[in-house]
Design a protein around this ligand. Structure first.
Ligand SMILES: Cc1ncc(COP(=O)(O)O)c(C=O)c1O
Length: 384
């Protein structure tokens, strides 16, 4: 699980520890906006080299939710439009703005209303759960038709500031959309002057075998929220965009005390170097393909596996009632998790009913470890 996608380079990588210790000896806090410390400047120089579409200006925060808040504020502030469109199945975080656009489970929204006004949801292009599980094009059409209905009947596109989307849904069930879905969203946003925001908090820093899922799908969003693995466990996140966009913020409308902490930034610089130097993107692709293949082989043997999907090392295995029409099987999922844990393999559920088992190991996972993990899952499924 890489501690919920936070330690993509593995726990306590020696180079992360060394960089953090060195920075602690130099300076622990620097009030960004008043002073600019070296590690934040290095990070601001490094990030454009790994982000899609020459994003060269950043607002650094402390958590993924904070980055998402920043993207929403940026979108409203610079477009002067109120509307925010998100997707069912989304998870964007726990603060009020982020919770307002989260729709993976009603439990995340319980007793919190009213939420941020002018937020709207459209169905995500979730092929497996659509009425046409084998026809991704139809699923994309249905989602985009629903978006068009929102534009026609609820809020005109000229009033929409941003469409915010996870390029692969995490908490919602490790849902990989057809590439066409993201491509069409890009076109729609460009056409209407709406900012396309990718929440890459989960999908970032090599998880999908590229630096970001945007590159895996070859789509360039206008704005990105990144976090989690950015600093290998030190709190850090960022809103990322091109400077011509970022410079349009009204001054003083956004700010931070701790965001861009020097120690976190030093850890982030080390993290990026490690991912590059140790060939972790290639390993995520290689080990990820092997894991998908292994799980698909298990699917032939265990009818409880309804679907195996994913990109790189972000892989979901959905458990269903055998013989049913994709009926969720949370009991089986719970048992597989428990049995696997007994044998030393920590997995975690996702999806509306907790019936999708997610595989998100650190990017250092070897093919041998993938095979060993698969054997444990196989045994656990046999017990179920
Ligand atoms: C896609 C996505 N966005 C935002 C967040 C919120 O991040 P944080 O928990 O760091 O606030 C999460 C957390 O899991 C996430 O998966």
């Amino acid at each position: 699980m890489a501690s919920f996608g936070v330690v993509n380079v593995g726990h306590n990588h020696p180079r992360v520890i060394a960089a953090a210790k060195e920075q602690i000896d130099k300076q622990i806090h620097g009030a960004v906006g008043v002073t600019l410390h070296e590690s934040i400047l290095r990070l601001a120089e490094k990030l454009p080299g790994i982000l899609p579409g020459a994003k060269d200006m950043f607002f650094f925060g402390n958590s993924g939710s904070e980055a998402v808040e920043g993207t929403l504020k940026l979108a409203r502030n610079i477009t002067k439009r109120p509307g925010i469109i998100a997707f069912t199945g989304s998870f964007h975080g726990r603060t009020f703005g982020a919770a307002s656009i989260t729709a993976s489970k009603a439990a995340y929204r319980l007793n919190l209303e009213p939420f941020l006004p002018s937020t709207y949801f459209v169905p995500y292009a979730d092929t497996y759960h659509s009425p046409h599980p084998n026809e991704p094009e139809k699923c994309v059409e249905e989602s985009l038709n629903a978006l068009q209905t929102v534009f026609d009947r609820v809020i005109a596109p000229s009033q929409v500031a941003t469409i915010i989307v996870e390029p692969i849904q995490g908490e919602g069930g490790y849902v990989t959309p057809p590439k066409e879905f993201l491509k069409r969203l890009r076109e729609i946003c460009t056409h209407h002057g709406i900012l396309l925001t990718f929440d890459e908090v989960w999908t970032g820093f090599g998880r999908t075998g590229e630096w970001f899922a945007a590159q895996s799908f070859n789509i360039t969003p206008d704005v990105m929220a990144i976090g989690k693995s950015i600093a290998s466990g030190f709190p850090l996140s960022a809103v990322c965009a091109q400077s011509d966009l970022m410079k349009k913020w009204d001054s003083t409308v956004h700010g931070t005390t701790f965001g861009g902490n020097p120690v976190s930034c030093a850890a982030a610089n080390a993290t990026i170097d490690i991912i590059r130097d140790e060939g972790m993107l290639a390993n995520a692709k290689k080990s990820g393909s092997r894991l998908i293949q292994n799980l698909r082989d298990l699917q032939k043997k265990h009818p409880v596996i309804g679907d195996v999907r994913g990109v790189g090392l972000m892989i979901g295995m959905e458990l269903i009632l055998p013989g049913s029409n994709r009926e969720p099987n949370p009991d089986a999922a719970k048992k597989v998790l428990t049995e696997s844990l007994k044998q030393g393999l920590l997995l975690y559920p996702a999806g509306l009913r907790g019936h999708v088992i997610r595989f998100a190991p650190p990017l250092i996972v070897t093919e041998q470890q993938v095979d060993e993990g698969t054997r444990i899952v196989d045994k656990a499924l046999s017990v179920v």
